[in-house]
Design a protein around this ligand. Structure first.
Ligand SMILES: C=C(OP(=O)(O)O)C(=O)O
Ligand SMILES: [Mg+2]
Length: 414
C-alpha cells in the first residue's frame, strides 16, 4: 500500500552539455522518487536508442500520459514488472519508440520512490542491510577524443584510481589533488594552456598522447608520495572512435600514426607495462572481441581490461564476452540498456563470472546521484564518475554521505 504509484510526471531539463534530457518524478502513497537520464557522446552502436523521434518534447507532450496511465495503481516495489510494462509500451527491441532515456529515468525513479515509501535510501533498498562496501572512484583527469576539441590527445580519458585510499573522503580528495597537479604539469608542456576542460571535467591540453601519459604517471607518483597512498593511472581509449573500418586501422590524428589491430595490441600492452596501468577501457573497436581477448590473455592478470562500447551493459553481449575471455571488467551504464532490472541482470552475470562491474556516468550528465546508490547497492568495487564539476561531484559527495551512514564502511574489493 505504501508504495502504490499515484502519479508519474515527466519534464524536460538541462544536461551538463546544455542539451535537453528527461527527468521523471514518481509519487507513491507514502513516497517520492526523482531520476534523470544522462546522454553519451561516444556511444556504442548496440546501445538502446536514447530518445524517440522528436526528442524530449514528444516524451513530455505524448509519452508521459501513456506511461502514467499504465503505471498508476502498480506497486513501485515491483520494479522488474514495471520495467517489462515499459518495454511492452515501447514495443521495439532498441526502445526507439519511447526512448531508453525515458524508460531508464522512469525505472530509476520508481526504485527511488519504492525505497522512499519505506523510508530507506536506495542503496539499502537494492543491496540489503548488510551492504557496507564503497566503490573506488575512477576519476577523469584529462580529456581527448570525442570528449574534447581539435588538437587534444586521441585517447578519450586519462583516469586515475586511488587504490590505496582507506575511505571515500580520502579517495575523492586524492583524485582532486591529482586534477590540480595535472594543471601545473600541463602548463610546463603547453605554454598556451588556458585551463580548458572537456565534457567530463578533465583538462584538455594540446599535447601528444605520449606527453599526456608521462604527466599522468608523474602526477600519480608525486601526489601519491605527498598523500602516502598508492594512486594508479588508467585509461578509456574509446577505440571505436579511432577505428576506421575502410582502412582497418586505428587513426591517431594527434600523433599522425595509424595502427592495425596487431600494432594496437602491442601499443596498448606497452602502455600497460610502462605505466603500470590499473585499468584500460575499450582498447579496441566495439566489434573486435578477438582483439580484446588477445590483450586480456596477455595482461589480464595485472590490469583490468574493461568493455564499455563492447558490452553496452547488455547481458547477452556480456555472455559472449565471457565465453571468449574478452575482458575482466565491464562498464555499467543503465541508459545503455534502458532499465534498472536489466542493468542488475548484467551486473549479476558479471559478478558470477569474476568480471568487475564498474558503474559509470555518461559524458552528458545531470546532478542526479542515483548511480552512487547503484554502485553501493550492487556491490560495484569501482565507480567512474569524474573528479570535479557540479554534475560529477553530485555523485562523489553522495558517496561521502553514504559512507557516513554505513555502520562499518570499507572500500570495495577487486
Ligand atoms: C562516459 C563515456 O562517454 P560517453 O558517455 O560519451 O559514452 C565513456 O565512453 O565511458
Ligand atoms: Mg567508455
Amino acid at each position: 500500500m505504501d508504495s502504490i504509484i499515484e502519479d508519474v510526471q515527466v519534464r524536460k531539463i538541462l544536461d551538463s552539455r546544455g542539451n535537453p534530457t528527461v527527468e521523471v518524478d514518481v509519487i507513491t502513497w507514502n513516497g517520492f522518487g526523482r531520476a534523470a537520464a544522462p546522454s553519451g557522446a561516444s556511444t556504442g552502436s548496440r546501445e538502446v536508442v536514447s530518445f524517440p523521434e522528436g526528442g524530449v518534447d514528444v516524451i513530455v507532450s505524448e509519452i508521459e500520459d501513456i506511461i502514467a496511465s499504465e503505471l498508476i495503481g502498480m506497486d513501485a516495489e515491483d520494479i522488474a514488472t514495471i520495467d517489462e510494462v515499459l518495454r511492452e509500451v515501447d514495443g521495439t527491441d532498441n526502445l526507439s519508440a519511447i526512448g531508453g532515456n525515458t524508460t531508464v529515468a522512469v525505472s530509476m525513479a520508481v526504485a527511488k520512490a519504492a525505497a522512499a515509501s519505506y523510508n530507506m535510501p536506495l542503496y539499502k533498498f537494492l543491496g540489503g542491510n548488510l551492504v557496507n562496501e564503497l566503490p573506488f572512484p575512477l576519476g577523469n583527469m584529462m580529456n581527448g577524443g570525442a570528449h574534447a576539441g581539435v588538437n587534444a590527445p586521441d585517447i578519450q580519458e586519462f583516469l586515475v584510481v586511488p587504490v590505496g585510499a582507506k575511505n571515500m573522503v580520502e579517495a575523492v580528495f586524492a583524485n582532486s589533488s591529482i586534477h590540480k597537479k595535472l594543471k601545473e604539469l600541463i602548463q610546463t608542456k603547453d605554454s598556451n594552456f588556458t585551463g580548458g576542460k572537456g565534457d567530463e571535467g578533465g583538462w584538455v591540453p594540446n599535447i601528444t598522447n605520449d606527453a599526456a601519459l608521462e604527466i599522468q604517471a608523474q602526477a600519480c607518483e608525486e601526489v601519491g608520495d605527498e598523500l602516502g597512498i598508492e594512486i594508479r593511472p588508467s585509461l578509456d581509449m574509446a577505440a571505436s572512435e579511432l577505428w576506421n573500418a575502410d582502412e582497418q586501422k586505428y587513426i591517431y590524428a594527434q600523433d599522425g600514426i595509424k595502427r592495425d589491430t596487431g600494432d594496437q595490441i602491442d601499443f596498448v600492452k606497452d602502455i600497460i607495462d610502462t605505466y603500470n596501468m590499473f585499468y584500460v577501457e575499450d582498447p579496441f573497436d566495439e566489434s573486435d572481441f578477438d582483439g580484446f581477448a588477445q590483450l586480456t590473455s596477455k595482461v589480464g592478470d595485472k590490469c583490468l581490461i574493461c568493455g564499455d562500447d563492447l558490452f553496452v551493459t547488455n547481458k547477452e553481449i556480456l555472455a559472449k564476452g565471457i565465453e571468449m575471455n574478452a575482458a575482466n571488467a565491464i562498464i555499467i551504464k543503465p541508459n545503455q540498456i534502458g532499465s534498472l532490472s536489466e542493468t542488475y541482470a548484467t551486473v549479476k552475470l558479471a559478478k558470477e563470472n569474476d568480471i568487475v562491474p564498474v558503474v559509470s556516468h555518461r559524458s552528458g550528465e545531470t546532478t542526479d546521484a542515483t548511480i552512487a546508490h547503484l554502485a553501493v547497492g550492487f556491490g560495484s568495487p569501482m565507480i567512474k564518475t569524474g573528479a570535479i564539476g557540479g554534475e560529477r561531484i553530485a555523485k562523489l559527495n553522495e558517496l561521502i554521505r553514504i559512507e557516513e551512514e554505513l555502520p562499518n564502511p570499507k572500500m570495495g574489493e577487486f
